[in-house]
Write a protein that binds this ligand. Structure first.
Ligand SMILES: [Zn+2]
Length: 161
């Protein structure tokens, strides 16, 4: 059997009067993240993990942040379109494991909604999707509430089409 593993990481800084999107779920209208797209830091990390697994480069090459096409883009839609391409080549998602590093807001009330949203993007059961969250004990840029970091690991398996 043919397996590929990939890791992705992304960081965005907080900005006033921006929506906060994580994994395709909207958490807030006030303290969002700065970015050319909707700045969904978790979805970006997941996309980079997928690209990494298949040695396809990184998200900046596929979705340049100076391309007007992606201004205000819905990152979950970009993830779905990327996944559909990968799926066509015969890859299935074994599992996805994510970690959100955020001092604020509290992520735990949203964890299940985020899992559901990512399971929906991949068209898989929620059991294949893990979403964890941690603060950094007030250390570093995350701890100073300057931004949010997200990391993701994916395992893909090739099937015979
Ligand atoms: Zn990003």
């Amino acid at each position: 059997m043919n397996y590929r593993i990939g890791h992705g990481i992304d960081v965005h800084q907080f900005a006033k009067n921006r929506e906060l999107w994580l994994g395709g779920v909207k958490l807030s209208d006030e303290d969002g993240l700065l970015g050319h797209s909707d700045a969904d830091v978790l979805t970006h990390a997941v996309m980079d993990a997928l690209l990494g697994a298949l040695a396809m480069g990184d998200i900046g090459e596929h979705f340049p942040d100076n391309d007007p096409k992606y201004l205000g883009a819905n990152s979950k839609e970009l993830l779905v379109s990327l996944w559909n391409k990968i799926k066509k080549d015969g890859w299935v998602l074994e599992n996805l494991d994510c970690t959100i590093l955020a001092q604020k807001p509290k992520i735990s009330p949203y964890k299940n909604a985020i899992r559901e949203s990512l399971a929906d993007a991949f068209g898989v059961e929620i059991e294949r999707i893990s979403v964890k969250a941690t603060t950094t004990e007030k250390l570093g840029f995350v701890g100073r509430t300057e931004g949010i970091q997200a990391e993701a690991v994916v395992l893909l398996r090739k099937i015979d089409l």
